[in-house]
Design a protein around this ligand. Sequence first.
Ligand SMILES: NC(=O)c1ccc[n+]([C@@H]2O[C@H](COP(=O)([O-])OP(=O)(O)OC[C@H]3O[C@@H](n4cnc5c(N)ncnc54)[C@H](OP(=O)(O)O)[C@@H]3O)[C@@H](O)[C@H]2O)c1
Length: 282
Amino acid sequence: MRYLITGGSGQLGSAIYKELLLRGENDVFTPSSKEMDITNFSSVKNYITLVKPDIIFHCAAYTNVDEAEFDHDSCYMANSLGTGHICNAAGLVDATVIGISSDYVFDGKKESPYEVYDERHPINFYGSTKKEMEDILTRYPKYFVVRTSWVFGENGKNFVNTMLNLAKRHDEVDVVRDQIGSPSYTPDLARGIVDLSNTDYYGFYHMTNEGYLSWYKFANLIYKEAGIDIKVNPINAKDYNGAKALRPENSMLSKFSLDQAGITRLPSVEEATHNYIKILKK
Ligand SMILES: NC(=O)c1ccc[n+]([C@@H]2O[C@H](COP(=O)([O-])OP(=O)(O)OC[C@H]3O[C@@H](n4cnc5c(N)ncnc54)[C@H](OP(=O)(O)O)[C@@H]3O)[C@@H](O)[C@H]2O)c1
């Protein structure tokens, strides 16, 4: 099999690359954004028709949720238009496309975990481009949409790194207590996504580590695992000045669809956090 990973330098793309190599796959292509710019159809078409992948893990995206509120064009071009380019070029070589979407397609008003079929009402611009990305994927015959949330791992910016860096400069930190969801560790996600790609159960999936918690509780878990003694103050999202984009209060994603496809759920948030911090300590 031949694989193409977009966004191979990012958190998730680099973990999928590692997972494929671990499974003994050698034909794995990870073009940089210069080699294949997803916002440019000629660039995408030339690369995809040259390497002729069987499976495309589409991880490239505009991921700065707050900046997206002010830079609509860039976010739309990468997330929506870019996904269209990937699907159009994938059709020329009959490749399967696995697109990575987000809990931010939901408004967070539901009181229980979101199912894949729940109605989407994004409350920030990034989320609206992810919704459009999903719609584009559904018009392509061999598609998977994997919604995930609160991604952390090597090769990128994430909440765990931010908390650890804050602890170097501060004795206490304020962390939001009224947004609930699930963190997702990239090696665990990569395993689940590659498992899914080996099936032809096309459609929508939710994939995160197991367990739901607030950012506040996640921060406490991170510091406990890292052995850092710091005061964590719970605050409400409305009192946090750092975010320009609104975020859903409820980001809980149900794994019902994963169970139906026979894909093993990801390990617990506690185990994932432990494993990541162990790597950082090395
Ligand atoms: N991070 C999260 O918490 C989170 C939550 C839910 C869903 N997701 C989704 O999960 C996927 C992976 O996220 P991530 O955190 O791994 O992202 P990331 O670390 O921010 O990496 C983004 C990747 O996209 C590439 N990229 C951006 N613009 C591009 C362009 N025009 N052409 C080609 N490549 C381009 C970047 O390459 P360069 O470095 O060369 O620009 C980078 O490799 C994304 O679809 C994201 O929306 C993420």
